[in-house]
Design a binder for this molecule. Structure first.
Ligand code: NDP
Length: 248
C-alpha cells in the first residue's frame, strides 16, 4: 500500500527534470497524476512513466503565468479526477545576468513564471482543497531564495517570494486542513543546471558538504514526504535539499 493511495496530485512543469521525478515518485506512492507543461506533447515521456507505475494520468498544456489557462486546467483536472489532494508548483525558469545588464523583460519573465504562476495555481487549487477540507501544497523554491546569488537577482527574488507566499498561505489555509510547504533545492542535475559553465559547476561542487550534485529524485522524495500524511503536522516550512550547502 502506498502513502498516497486514492489521492490525486497536480504537478506543473512536469515534462522533465525535477517535475518529472516528482510526478513519477508520487505515482509510485499510489497517486493519480495531472501533469502540466507548456506543451502537452512534451508530457508523453512523464505520462508513460506514471502509467508504468500503474496510475491514471491526464496531460494539460498550460503556461503557469497565464491566469485563464491556469483556471481552465484546474477546472479540467478537477472534473477529470473529482478532486485534487496535492499541488506541486514546480514550473520555473532562470534568466541569469548581472543587475546592470538585466532587462525589464528578464525580470518580468522570471517573476511571472516562478512567483505569479505559483500564486495562480495555489489560488485556483486551494478553492477545491478548502471544499475538501484537506490538501497539501508543495512549492519548489530554491536555496537561492534564501541566500541570494550574484547574477540571479530576478530568480532569487522570485524564489524568496515563493517562500513568503508559502508561509502566508500556510497560515491562511490551516483552519481548513490545507497545508503549504516549500522545498528549496540546491544544485540538482537537470537541463536547467547543465547549461552552467564547467568551471562554475566545479566551484559549486566544492561548496557542497555531501560532495555531490543532487539528483531530481532527491527532491522528489522530500516532496513525497510533504505531500502525504507523514507530514500531517508540518505546514509553513521550508526544507532545503542541497547536500548541506545551506544549514539555517
Ligand atoms: P527544467 O528547466 O529542467 O524543467 C522545468 C520545466 O518547467 C520544463 O519542462 C519547462 O518547460 C517547464 N516550464 C517552463 N516555463 C513554464 C511555464 N510558463 N508554464 C509551464 N511550464 C513551464 O528545470 P528543473 O527541473 O531544474 O527545475 C524545476 C524547478 O526546480 C524550478 O522551479 C527550478 O527553479 C527549481 N530548482 C531547480 C534547481 C536545479 O538545480 N535544477 C535548484 C533549485 C530550484 P521548457 O522545456 O519550455 O523550459
Amino acid at each position: 500500500m502506498g502513502s498516497l493511495d486514492g489521492r490525486v496530485a497536480l504537478v506543473t512543469g512536469a515534462a522533465r527534470g525535477i517535475g518529472q521525478a516528482i510526478a513519477v515518485r508520487l505515482a509510485s506512492a499510489g497517486a493519480d497524476i495531472a501533469l502540466c507543461d507548456l506543451d502537452a506533447a512534451w508530457l508523453e515521456e512523464t505520462a508513460g512513466k506514471v502509467r508504468e507505475a500503474g496510475r491514471r494520468v491526464e496531460c494539460f498544456a498550460c503556461d503557469v503565468s497565464q491566469a485563464a489557462q491556469v483556471a481552465e486546467v484546474v477546472d479540467k483536472a478537477g472534473a477529470a479526477f473529482g478532486r485534487i489532494d496535492v499541488l506541486v508548483n514546480n514550473a520555473g525558469i532562470t534568466k541569469d545576468t548581472f543587475l546592470a545588464r538585466m532587462s525589464e523583460a528578464d525580470w518580468d519573465a522570471v517573476l511571472d513564471i516562478n512567483l505569479k504562476g505559483t500564486f495562480l495555481f495555489t489560488k485556483a487549487v486551494s478553492r477545491l482543497m478548502m471544499k475538501q477540507r484537506s490538501g497539501s501544497i508543495v512549492n519548489i523554491a530554491s536555496i537561492i531564495g534564501l541566500i541570494g546569488n550574484a547574477g540571479q537577482c530576478n530568480y532569487a527574488a522570485s524564489k524568496a517570494g515563493v517562500i513568503a507566499l508559502t508561509k502566508s498561505v500556510a497560515k491562511e489555509l490551516a483552519s481548513r486542513n490545507v497545508r503549504a510547504n516549500a522545498v528549496a533545492p540546491g544544485f540538482i542535475r537537470t537541463k536547467m543546471t547543465e547549461k552552467l559553465p564547467e568551471d562554475i559547476q566545479k566551484k559549486m561542487l566544492e561548496q557542497i558538504p555531501l560532495a555531490r550534485f543532487g539528483e531530481p529524485d532527491d527532491v522528489a522524495r522530500v516532496v513525497l514526504f510533504l505531500a502525504g500524511d507523514d507530514s500531517a503536522y508540518v505546514t509553513g516550512q521550508v526544507v532545503s535539499v542541497c547536500g548541506g550547502m545551506v544549514t539555517a
